[in-house]
Write a protein that binds this ligand. Structure first.
Ligand code: PXG
Length: 290
């Protein structure tokens, strides 16, 4: 198998040579931001939205990305072209850069920019998943919150470890008040009596691009969609539950804490949304052509 080419600070290098310094604060402190993006049939899905979020995350961390948005878009497209891919997963990472020991970000030089592109199937890889409600709370909006897509994922990793120990596929995390927040790397939606609901930003969720896409799509199809706080009771007693994310796509949930969700999985509304979402893949109006 030929090695993939990885973009590091302006150069495309084979994977085995794609290395960054151990003194990069992205490695030492998780001090950086990232995006996970997908290309379908030669179109990078919602690329502009991902770029906007990346720059917002960087702004929150006071990292100045040393490239314009247009230049970064071109670097991403060129990396995909050079790898000869039409359908792939794209990871863009921006770190604080190479510094010294000690947190002080002023010791760091220029931010490092890395673009990895790989073929990748749906992350959770399954038709329906089982969830637990984790004892690990989602960081509050006044902490290392997940509105900024930072490299610090320990909050989610602790919950994922708990899910694995319990024999579940993934975990739902509650916010620091006990309301449903999101899964470890996906947003969560419930359906009750034909209405679609998903937790609001105040529950510490990442404003997922797939989440936005599903909200828009569902409204276009005539469903009522509400962003509101959800209790664990509402989650467990929902007619349908599904997760959304770039890596995982749209994943029906079959159980939460050992309680079966609804009467059939996927439920009818989840099934319809999956079908409609499939139609958007590769649609040039949904992204930027490679
Ligand atoms: N919540 C969290 C905490 C996430 O990390 C989402 C929701 C869904 O957002 P999008 O914009 O993708 O709809 C995410 C995104 C990975 C990986 O490699 C994780 C995500 C995205 C891409 C890759 O684990 N999570």
């Amino acid at each position: 198998m030929t090695e993939s080419l990885i973009y590091i600070n302006g150069n495309l290098v084979p994977e085995s040579e794609a290395k960054i310094s151990v003194l990069d604060h992205g490695f030492l402190y998780g001090d950086g931001v990232f995006e996970g993006i997908r290309a379908y049939k030669g179109v990078v899905f919602k690329l502009r939205e991902h770029i906007e979020r990346l720059y917002d995350s960087a702004k929150f961390l006071k990292i100045e990305i040393p490239m314009s948005k247009e230049e970064l878009i071109e670097a991403i497209l060129e990396t995909i072209r050079k790898n000869g891919l039409m359908d792939c997963y794209i990871r863009v990472v921006v770190t604080r850069g190479v510094g010294d020991l000690g947190l002080d970000p002023r010791k760091c030089g220029k931010p490092s920019i890395i673009i990895i592109v790989k073929p990748m199937g749906p992350l959770l890889g399954k038709k329906a998943v089982s969830l637990i409600i984790s004892s690990v709370r989602r960081d509050g909006v006044d902490a290392t919150n997940h509105q900024a897509k930072s490299l610090n994922y320990l909050n989610s990793i602790l919950a994922k470890l708990e899910a694995i120990s319990a024999g579940a596929d993934d975990a739902i995390m509650l916010d620091n008040r006990g309301f449903v927040s999101e899964a470890t790397g996906e947003n969560v939606f419930i359906v009750k009596n034909g209405k679609i609901m998903t937790p609001p930003p105040t529950s510490g969720v990442l404003l997922g691009i797939t989440r936005n896409c599903i909200i828009e799509l569902a409204r276009k199809l005539g469903y009522e969609v509400m962003e509101r706080e959800l209790t664990p009771f509402e989650l467990i007693t929902a007619d349908e539950v599904f997760l959304t994310g770039t890596a995982a796509e749209i994943v029906p949930v079959e159980s939460v804490n050992g309680r079966k969700i609804g009467t059939r999985v996927p439920g009818p509304i989840t099934e319809r949304l999956i079908k409609e979402f499939e139609k958007l893949k590769g649609d040039p109006s949904q992204g930027i052509k490679i």
